[in-house]
Every structure is written in C-alpha cells, then in structure tokens.
Design a protein around this ligand. Structure first.
Ligand code: 5AD
Ligand code: SF4
Length: 346
C-alpha cells in the first residue's frame, strides 16, 4: 500500500498511479484508507460535522440526463414547484431551527428566471443576513450567475458528474462537458464558493474513468465535493443497471478526502439511501458535511432523482452524531480554502 501512503503524504497521485491504486484496493486497503481519510479530516475539521439545510423547491427539469429521475422525459413523475413565498416560508423554518446555510436545489426549471430568483435571494438576504445561500440549480449563463451572485448568493453546487469525456457524452444528451466546465469556471470567476462532484458505479465506469475524476478534482480544486453512488431509477433508460455499491462509494469519498484535504465533503443522501448507516459511515471515513432535508414531507416522494427510501427520516441526527463521537456544527462553515486566501466571504 505504498501508493496509499504516498497519497496521504502528498495529497496527490498522477493518473497512472491512481489507476494502479484503484486496482489494488481490497478490504485491507480500505481499512487503511478509511483510517487515513478520517485522520486527514480530523486534522482540518476535528470531530465537527457541518450541518446544512436543504430545500428541493422544484422537480421540473428541461434536461434528459440518462440516469436521473427528474429528467424531462420521465412523464410518470408528478411535478411540483414552490412559489417564491413557499420558498421563503421554508427558509423561515430553517432559520428558526438555527441553520446557517440553506441550499436551494431544483431541476433546471426555467420558471425561475433571474428576476424571480434574484427577488427570492434579496428577501433571504434581508430576512436572514447571517445565513449563507447555496444554489444548486444547474447550468445557466455567465450573466445569470453574475446577477444571482451580486444579489447575494454565496455558493453554487454543480457536479461535473464524471470527468471521463466519453461517459459524460453518453449520459448527457443535452449538454457538453465543455459547457459544464465553462459553467464551473464562470462560477469560480464570479467568486462563488464552488462545489462539484461525481457519481460512482455508472455503467461502463471503471478504474480508468474514476481515476480521471481524481485528476479533475485535483486540477479544479473545488471548495466542496459531493461523491455518491449512482442509484438506478425505474423510469429512466438506465433502470436495468446495477448502480454503485456502498463500499465503492465510501472508498471514493475517502480517496477524495486524501486528494482534497481541506474540501467540504458531504455525506450524500444517496449513500444514506443505500444503507441506513450510509451517511454516518461516510462521516467516519472523511466526509464532514451533513445536509438535512427541510422540504415539506409531502414533496419527498416527488423529488425522485433515484429510487428513494425514507428510512433516514425521523432519526434524531444530533443524538446519532454524538453517539459516533461527532460534533454537530451549526455555523456557516465557509470554505477554509478560500477564507485563507481571500478573507471572509460575504
Ligand atoms: N443516482 C444518484 N444520483 C443521481 N443524480 C441524478 N440521478 C441520480 C441517480 N440515479 C444526482 C446527480 C445530479 C443531482 C441532481 O443528482 O449527480 O447532480
Ligand atoms: Fe435535470 Fe440535474 Fe436530473 Fe440532469 S441531473 S435531469 S439536469 S435534475
């Protein structure tokens, strides 16, 4: 496991080395990897887990990504969208509960023009000036990102999904990898704290393809990085595929921590969907962010990105975290990478 030690020491392996490491990984390697990832996480973040509030405000989407249940072509899905007033109402509930980061997430829904979103952000800024606003609303123009940033959004999540060009093309009929990368560059350029991420267990994704994701995250150095299993959705063209396993996904989370020691890495809800303890396992293997879903329960079954189980709901997260010797942290949790270089983000 020399390569693993080298990665932990230098936070870098080249493509060939990464491929070799991925090929070598076995149970013993995983144990070592998980330990190293957790130690790295603790070095920068201690036992803290940053808590974010998530609002899934619309499941309309104009795109047709092959893996996603929200794809336009899924005519079986009942669609919903929140009015600006409903969004703000949910934000109020989040603010009342002490959340200092709210993530507004949706499909690519053109109902939310720049004007509509800017008005929502303006109200959020006025009502909750201490709360960081994260957007997760897909590809938009430079000008659109600019308007929303100037209105007061702080962060933006836009996964690169896979860094492998062939795989990206096969999965995304209505966008190109170049376009996705341009969006990410524009977001960086506009001084957003940027989150990206990739799916694990996609059809025809092997070690070569995964190794590209690690070169990509190292090169782009995002503030946040979401890594989770691909889970087939029955009403998509990939319904019959196998999907990502828990072990492989946890392995990619832990490797991500070693490549990007300072990144904010969530324990994705897709992991929690594979196993009741999936998110807790990730938080013990390098992840340091937990998103709590604030979307009113009646909409959960409609925000069907993948086949969704509801077994996480209802458990007292604070208790579960503390039992695992983790400490819930309700602060804003800005990127430590950017703060160090550029000073506090506002
Ligand atoms: N399994 C896991 N994650 C998915 N996403 C979309 N479809 C799936 C799926 N079947 C994720 C993508 C995207 C976000 C909207 O949800 O990574 O960024
Ligand atoms: Fe739409 Fe995003 Fe799903 Fe693609 S992954 S179909 S853009 S919600």
């Amino acid at each position: 496991m020399e390569l693993l030690e080298k990665l932990a020491r230098e936070n870098y392996l080249n493509h060939g080395e990464t491929v070799k490491l991925l090929e070598q990984m076995d149970e013993e390697g995983d144990n070592k990897l998980f330990h190293l990832a957790q130690r790295t996480k603790e070095k920068y973040f201690g036992s803290k887990v940053l808590i974010r509030g998530l609002l899934e405000f619309s499941n309309y989407c104009r795109k047709n990504c092959l893996y996603c249940g929200l794809r336009h072509g899924n005519i079986l899905l009942e669609r919903y969208r929140f009015s600006p007033a409903q969004i703000l109402e949910t934000c109020y509930r989040g603010a009342e509960q002490g959340f200092k980061t709210l993530v507004l997430q949706s499909g690519e829904d053109q109902y939310y023009s720049d004007e509509v979103l800017a008005a929502v952000i303006e109200k959020m800024k006025a009502e909750f000036p201490e709360i960081a606003i994260s957007l997760s609303i897909g590809e938009r123009s430079y000008d659109s990102y600019k308007i929303l940033k100037e209105e007061g959004a702080h962060r933006f999540l836009l996964k690169h999904e896979t860094a492998d060009p062939k795989l990206f093309e096969a999965l995304h009929p209505d966008t190109q990898q170049g376009n996705r990368n341009r969006c990410l560059e524009n977001l960086e350029d506009l001084d957003y704290q940027v989150g990206t991420g990739f799916l694990v267990g996609l059809p025809r994704q092997g070690v070569e393809e995964l190794a590209r994701d690690f070169q990509f995250i190292k090169k782009t150095d995002p503030d946040m990085l979401a890594v989770g299993p691909f889970i087939p959705h029955p009403h998509t063209p990939l319904a019959g595929e196998k999907g990502g396993s828990l072990q492989e996904s946890l392995r990619m989370v832990a490797l991500s921590r070693l490549f990007l020691p300072q990144a904010l890495i969530p324990a994705t809800s897709a992991l929690g969907n594979l196993h009741t303890q999936g998110r807790m396992m990730a938080l013990k293997r390098g992840a340091n962010v937990l998103m709590i879903n604030l979307t009113p329960r009646e909409f959960h079954s409609q925000y069907q990105i993948y086949r969704r189980k509801e077994w996480n709901e209802g458990m007292n997260l604070r208790e579960v975290l503390v039992k695992s010797s983790l400490e819930p942290d309700m602060s804003r949790g800005d990127s430590i990478k950017k703060r160090r270089i550029k000073g506090v983000y506002r």
